[in-house]
Design a protein around this ligand. Sequence first.
Ligand code: ZN
Length: 425
Amino acid sequence: MFTSPLAEQLAPDLLERFLRYVRVDTQSARDRTQSPSTRGQLDLGRMLADELRAIGLADAALDENGYVVATLPATVEDAPAIGLIAHVDTSPDAPGAGVEPIVHRGYDGGVIELPRGGTRVGPHPSAAGHDIVTSSGDTLLGADDKAGVAEIMAAVAYLAGHPGLPRPTLRICFTPDEEIGQGPALFDVERFGAAGAYTLDGSSLGELQDETFSAAEVTVTIDGVDAHPGWAYGTLVNATRLAGEIVARLPADLTPERTRGREGFIHVYELAGSAGRSVIRAIVRDFDDDKLHAHAELLRRTAEEVVAAAPGARVAVGVEPQYPNMRRFIERFPHVVTAAERALRAEGIEPVRKPIRGGTDGAQLSAMGLPTPNLFTGGHDYHSPREWASLPEMAAAAATVVRLAEVWTQAEFRAAALGAAPLPR
Ligand SMILES: [Zn+2]
């Protein structure tokens, strides 16, 4: 069931920490006016800083913006500082208060009826025989991303307790408000001082991600001419009808429900308005920046054509970049990905390299100069009461972190990082 004796050894401490962390309500809230957006995140941050100090990371501290930062000093010289990052908040999209985790020992892979909310988990035959953790059914579990937090904590505790093992300086950061896209907002890359970092915020065993969507938001505002419908003849120009026509003209196969793999899309997620003014909100996504641009332009052109045929109406189109595909920032530092591959294989796991049809904190951090691919956590079905986590997979992630520390003390990785230049290819 476990990927290695090391993973099995880490599992009890990891599970204890995970069950403790998920009980703290750290749900973030959109449209924040301060960091973090909710106080519960500070409660968990304080707990983590205390536990890090108890492990022996003397500088562990929670800052005023809700970031926990700590250092585990190196045991070998000339190794670069490497970052380990996870987020403390949980999604605003499912209930997050009062999480009561349930451990299902030796899960049979079938359907589990949870005690509350009529929630059913499974079947998940690939996890048959695993100990798994779920919520009680009326909340999310919060494995996203407390699995990542607990894995980093368990790995760091193990390394701190085994000073004979080779390791570089490890810089730990637990961030707030990832789920509302603000995790990197107040992240001080300079002060963090790492040559590369890893978020533990993925899902299935072996995932190693260095590519995300490029993302933008498009807002189309249509101003019509309102008039009393009783004597609107020849006067009324209905903005809502124009909005409907624009949406109807967009290609039906360029939508999230008709695309997968490396295909991008235009997703109209909100349509609101009146005869006088209507607003279409859409997100555009693609792995290719030129195609992303083309999706946004298609929406703009369609809106302008429809409105041009309706004298008296006006249209304004705004395109707001959201996050960039992280690959073009990470590919300048290929050793950061290579080190993760080597650590996974040392744990007996074949790396699973597939692009993320979404974003991750690492995308913005990589653009800010800290190359940060994403690793799996063993949590699944995020942002829902059906969320669950596999203990053997979580333990595999923690063990991978321990092995990653060793990999970064190997001569070729030390050289690549300290040279602050990419490895020759
Ligand atoms: Zn997450």
